[in-house]
Design a protein around this ligand. Sequence first.
Ligand SMILES: Cc1cc2nc3c(=O)[nH]c(=O)nc-3n(C[C@H](O)[C@H](O)[C@H](O)COP(=O)(O)OP(=O)(O)OC[C@H]3O[C@@H](n4cnc5c(N)ncnc54)[C@H](O)[C@@H]3O)c2cc1C
Length: 322
Amino acid sequence: MPGEVWILVESLRGQVLPTTSELLTAGRRLADAAGARLVAVHLGPGADALAPGLDGADALLAVDHPALAILNPDLWVRVLEALLAERRPRFLLMGNLGYELTADLAARLDVPCLSSCQELVLEHDTLVGTCRVYGGKLLAEVTSAAPMVLAQLLPGAFAPLPAGPAPAVEKIACPVSLEDPGTTFLGLDMPPAAEVDITAAPVLISVGRGIGAAENLTLAEDLAAALGGTLAASRPVAELGWLPKARQVGKTGQTVRPRLYLAAGISGAPEHLEGMQGAQLIIAINTDPQAPIFQVAHYGVVGDCLEILPALTAALRAAEDA
Ligand SMILES: Cc1cc2nc3c(=O)[nH]c(=O)nc-3n(C[C@H](O)[C@H](O)[C@H](O)COP(=O)(O)OP(=O)(O)OC[C@H]3O[C@@H](n4cnc5c(N)ncnc54)[C@H](O)[C@@H]3O)c2cc1C
């Protein structure tokens, strides 16, 4: 309905994904500012069954169809285009799915879209987004007062929404034909199950190329053991095979939000920051005082991680023994 704020639910195998809760946070803020309803839109078979995982939305619009079980962009765009054209919400917020859908939908509906938003506010009926451009090297303030705006939010940029009442469910039939998709879904390749889930770890000791060699990882492992933490890595460390891919943090790895993220020998490339900037406390160790990681770190040490990691471990152990 006009004025509503919509978010597109992200789920996999019947589970609501954490990015959905971040969308609910951003959506709730906009809906409260606009005095509007917050509506979660979910496409897929049994779409209404996820209502208990969507606390904080006022309503769940569930489009139940087996062909929507997995993201087939061609079909999802068809359905969303029809829903948006018919119901004219004020905003539709998307997360990871937005990378695939936002531009196509905006072009079809001839409405503006904001991409890679790390902040979204409503100022005097104008949507103001802080958006990453040029691979995260610059932040652009983008505004739109259009009657309908689509926005793609950066995963990890918004805190999850605290639990609230479950939404009212509106189950609707698929509004368009899903015959003759332009693309055919062949199968879903899931990465092998990780031996640990770094997204659930409260303390992460994350190592980058600056650790120098696989054998130096023991320095980070020792500190992780002393702190009750878990090892994570930047992409080069995973690509070199020093740690499994499941430990990679960043754009093409995991989005983490631990209580403590200690980055050792990580430069802080935008693609890495995307996955860890939501950490409550960030500590960086880097030999280069100009390393971008220091721009997001709460505490920083300019120095050699091969010296500082064992020194930290020794200090913690000494404190335990005292
Ligand atoms: C499409 C795309 C997706 C990507 N996805 C990801 C992703 O998901 N995750 C990710 O991490 N990257 C990703 N990248 C790669 C990213 O751009 C960077 O190349 C990568 O993050 C750099 O990793 P690094 O910081 O470990 O290495 P480097 O950039 O090489 O930095 C090493 C750092 O270690 C410091 N250093 C060296 N020796 C020491 C020492 N002894 N003690 C302390 N500091 C030291 C150096 O000063 C330097 O700052 C992606 C890139 C692209 C294009």
